[in-house]
Design a protein around this ligand. Structure first.
Ligand code: ADP
Ligand code: MG
Ligand code: MG
Length: 885
């Protein structure tokens, strides 16, 4: 046969390797049958048929009709029943099943094959009228709902009224006669809504259901789900047709669902629910409260109704043995569906169970320790991205929440604090020891110090790649962005939303993982790298080749990074240091000075401050490499805006306000991203880099003298396009080093290198490597400059680009391997050709993205650098990348 694959009764045309062809459900049913488990016989119509169905204009070929007839004959032979036979009728279920489980696909239809004649036959064969009519009413209701797509409310209502009229509360109280009456009403409802009588021909019923499964592949819901989850439309779905087994044949029958381990905590304990005298969907539908599977779980929950272990000890014993067999066979935790028909166990589904990040860690480590899988497999079992859930303070799930509104989940973690509406107040209040939430319409680079000081950031505008979102993720600060229903007035220090007012000093809680904004404080729980998490990290470290560093620019960030296992700092930005406290006035004085002398006077004031910044960082990172990037942003970002600020600078510089304002105007740029920034600052005002280099070397020697262990500064020159730029800037740095070393009578090891963030630099990497001792790929800017897309403005169109498949993913989140990646590998190659031992790393947002890390492994970079909270993710992703090579 071409499209139909049989299973059960000693036959298995397929197996677990055939997921693409048979869908997950079909492949695993065949597999379970082939290892001797009790599976009701059936057959699977392959996904290839689905594709052909659409190619042929939604028609079934005659060959399929013949093959399905053979499939039915197979089921008839095994069950010794006949489809549509009035005395001994075969009933089947029709179940959809794509490669991956997919909401939006047609729901299962049970009890197919019942009509006004076969229902009598079923009643006689089972010697149970009530059971037969219960099955028939279930069938009509399900078929009307999922195949005919009629309004199911009317059917539910009819059942409710019938129960009410009889004074019943439970379905189980309905008698055979009651069900008969309801069936008549259901048939009338179908005819009324559908315009035709309920199909009595069992073959019409079957083809109607099969067509509905294929039809649901192109339903709107399925399409949306595919788009969101990158599932290609040509995968198609399979259809499973399977003999019914009955969990609704009295008190020795039941149906249930189970996991072989606890999917939320990962404990090694069977976990599940069952219902006596019920069919499939009753368990999930919540019509009756299901009972626990195990005695232990029932006791722990303090529940009365007997567990399956107690109520059906024999079948339970069999089931437990099947759990173990399946886990050993699949070597993974299984999610299982089963039915018991008059004390006989039947298996209806198995698949690898979905689990929380916490459970994934525990199950992987436990299974490796049990010898079920190897350590390498354990490393590969855990999705690095899922660890994010565990690496931030999270809301205590038990705590009460008063939700105000919802925005975008821009940066994970939860935070509570007093609301402030500007960065300076955030800094002031934080310095005074208060937890604050910075609330802005949107953030800009001037808010960085406030974002640093805040526990969390909330904005009314901006998407997942807005300034607030990107910076917050980098800092590991929880952030909710684009909460559009907030009306924020920074001037009046108030926000309004849903008829409520929140003022400065009032407490808000944000959950950056869900986007929820709550009034008041909600308790949180802290992350930890202990237990199974710690164990898996150790195993990962044994196999990974890439080093992992952190992007960190404060001692606190550095501490967090080291606790999470960072092996150095890959990017220490220095600009935020220029905003802090009273320094901004000196910085402004430096920028607005009309000559070198004026600039040097201001720089002299900044030197000790800058040195103490580096000392604090080097103390934490002693013995490890620290890449310090010299000043990078356009100078105008530091300029004063308010009258008072101008006055303050005028006084400090001994100049009048008008002169200052004129000078500030001169600094205006049309396109600052491509303007006077990066090493262009150093080329025009070398004294700035000279001061920074001096601060770095003095701090390094201070720390070496104090602790006996020197950090290894790697001085990074930003935005280099040519060899000559780097040559000039390296001379400035080397000269500062020489002077400091002579003054102090002591030296430290250091490197001078550059960020590769312009296409020209990547192309000319061979020449640049003659001067530079390391390259760090600044993939944020390299993406902007290669794609010609401004990260801050991309939100408006990037969504459409990703939706239409122009870029597979947001290129600012996951490296555009084809384009930007080609520049990276080319630069790595050319750099190495010139300087064999050149150190290569990556420090963009991509350094914490598992797919991008896999690319870095392929290109053979030496390290990746990620935000401190993503360091464990990067360690695991690097290990997986090494194993997959
Ligand atoms: P889903 O993908 O939504 O889980 P399934 O196809 O697994 O849908 O069907 C849901 C439930 O229907 C099953 O868990 C099982 O209880 C019941 N079911 C499906 N096929 C049969 C069958 N042949 N006999 C008895 N019950 C069945
Ligand atoms: Mg379903
Ligand atoms: Mg199922």
């Amino acid at each position: 046969m071409t499209y139909v694959y049989r299973f059960g009764g000693g036959v298995s045309d397929g197996g677990k390797g055939d997921k693409n062809l048979l869908g997950g459900k079909g492949a695993n049913l065949a597999e379970m049958a082939s290892i001797g488990l009790p599976v009701p016989p059936g057959f699977t119509i392959s996904t290839e048929m689905c594709t052909r169905y659409y190619e042929d204009g939604e028609q079934f070929p005659q060959t399929l009709r013949d093959e399905v007839a053979e499939g039915i004959a197979h089921i008839e032979a095994v069950t010794e029943k006949r489809f549509g036979d009035p005395t001994n009728p075969l009933l089947v279920s029709v179940r959809s099943g794509a490669r991956v489980s997919m909401p939006g696909m047609m729901d299962t239809v049970l009890n197919l094959g019942l009509n006004d004649e076969t229902v009598e036959g079923l009643a006689k064969a089972a010697d149970d009228e009530r059971f037969a009519w219960d099955s028939y009413r279930r069938f009509i209701q399900m078929y009307a709902d999922v195949v005919l797509e009629l309004d199911h409310g009317a059917f539910e209502e009819a059942l409710e009224i019938a129960k009410e009229d009889n004074g019943f509360t439970l379905d189980t109280e309905m008698s055979a006669a009651d069900w008969k009456t309801l069936v008549a009403q259901y048939k009338a409802l179908v005819e009324e809504q559908w315009g035709k009588p309920f199909p009595q021909d069992v073959h019409d019923q079957l083809w109607g259901a099969v067509g509905a499964v294929f039809g649901s592949w192109q339903s709107e819901r399925a399409k949306v789900y595919r788009r969101l989850n990158d599932i290609p439309a040509n995968w198609g779905t399979a259809v499973n047709v399977q003999a019914m087994v009955f969990g609704n044949m009295g008190d020795t029958s039941a149906t249930g669902v189970a996991f072989t381990r606890d999917p939320s905590k990962g404990d090694r304990a069977y976990y599940g629910e069952f219902l006596i005298n019920a069919q499939g969907e009753d368990v999930v539908a919540g019509i009756r409260t299901p009972q626990y599977l195990t005695k232990a779980a029932r006791e722990e929950a303090g529940a009365k109704p007997a567990s399956m272990e107690e109520a059906m000890p024999e079948v339970y014993g069999e089931l437990a043995a099947v759990f173990d067999q399946l886990e050993n066979h699949y070597r993974d935790m299984q999610d299982i569906e089963f039915t018991v028909e008059q004390a006989k166990l039947w298996m209806l589904q198995t698949r690898s169970g979905k689990r929380t990040a916490k459970a994934a860690l525990k199950i992987a480590v436990d299974m490796a320790n049990e010898g079920l899988i190897t350590r390498e497999e354990a490393i590969l079992r855990v999705d690095p991205a899922a660890l994010d859930q565990l690496l931030h303070p999270t809301l205590d799930p038990e705590a009460k929440r008063d939700v105000l509104t919802k925005g975008l989940p821009a940066s994970p973690g939860a935070a509570s604090g007093k609301v402030v509406f500007d960065a300076d107040t955030a800094e002031k209040r934080a310095a005074a020891g208060e937890a604050v939430i910075l609330v802005r319409v949107e953030t800009s680079p001037e808010d960085i110090h406030g974002m640093h000081a805040a526990k969390g950031i909330l904005t009314a505008r901006g998407g997942m790649t807005s300034h607030a979102a990107v910076v917050a993720r980098g800092m590991g600060r929880p952030c909710v962005s684009g909460a559009g229903s907030l009306a924020i007035s920074a001037k009046d220090k108030v926000l309004r939303c849903a008829g409520r007012e929140v003022r400065e000093g009032d407490t808000l809680t944000i959950d950056g993982a869900s986007g929820e904004v709550m009034v008041g404080e909600v308790a949180t729980v802290q992350p930890e790298l202990a237990g199974d998490f710690g164990t898996l990290m150790e195993w990962a470290d044994e196999v990974r080749r890439l080093k992992v560093r952190a992007n960190a620019e404060t001692p606190l960030d550095c501490k967090t990074a080291r606790e999470f296992g960072a092996e150095g700092v890959g990017l220490c930005r220095t600009e935020h240091m220029f905003f802090e406290g009273s320094r901004i006035t000196a910085v402004r004085q430096m920028i607005l000075a009309s000559d070198e002398k004026g600039r040097r006077a201001a720089l002299d004031r900044l030197l000790p401050e800058q040195r103490s910044d580096f000392t604090a960082i080097f103390e934490v990172m002693a013995g490890l490499p620290v890449t310090v990037r010299l000043l990078d942003p356009p100078l105008h970002e530091f300029l004063p805006h308010e009258e008072a600020e101008f006055a303050e600078v005028a006084q400090a510089a001994g100049l009048d306000v008008d002169t200052l304002k004129r000078r500030a105007n001169e600094l205006h740029e049309f396109n600052p991203m491509l303007g006077h920034r990066g090493c262009r600052l150093g080329v025009t005002y070398p004294e700035i880099y000279e001061m920074q280099a001096r601060a770095i070397f003095e701090a390094a020697i201070d720390v070496a003298e104090k602790s006996g262990e020197a950090p290894i500064p790697e001085v990074m020159i930003p935005l280099v396009a040519t060899r000559r730029e780097l040559e000039l800037m390296k001379a400035v740095v080397d000269k500062a080093a020489k002077l400091v070393f002579a003054e102090r009578g002591r030296e430290v090891d250091y490197l001078v290198g550059t960020m590769i963030e312009l296409p020209r630099a990547a192309l000319k990497a061979g020449e640049i490597a003659e001067v530079g001792e390391f390259f760090s790929f600044g993939t944020n800017d390299l993406t902007q400059t290669t794609l010609g897309v401004s990260r801050d403005d991309a939100a408006r169109f990037l969504g459409a680009y990703v939706e239409q498949g122009i870029y597979a993913k947001d290129p600012f989140v996951s490296l555009d391997v084809e384009g930007v990646g080609e520049l990276v590998s080319l630069a790595a190659e050319r750099g190495r050709a010139t300087r064999g031992d050149i150190k290569l790393g990556i420090c963009g947002e991509h350094g914490g993205d598992p797919a991008s890390i896999a690319f870095c492994e392929q290109v053979g970079l030496d390290y990746v650098s990620a935000s401190p909270y993503r360091v464990p993710i990067a360690r695991l992703a690097a290990a997986q990348a090494a194993l997959k090579r």
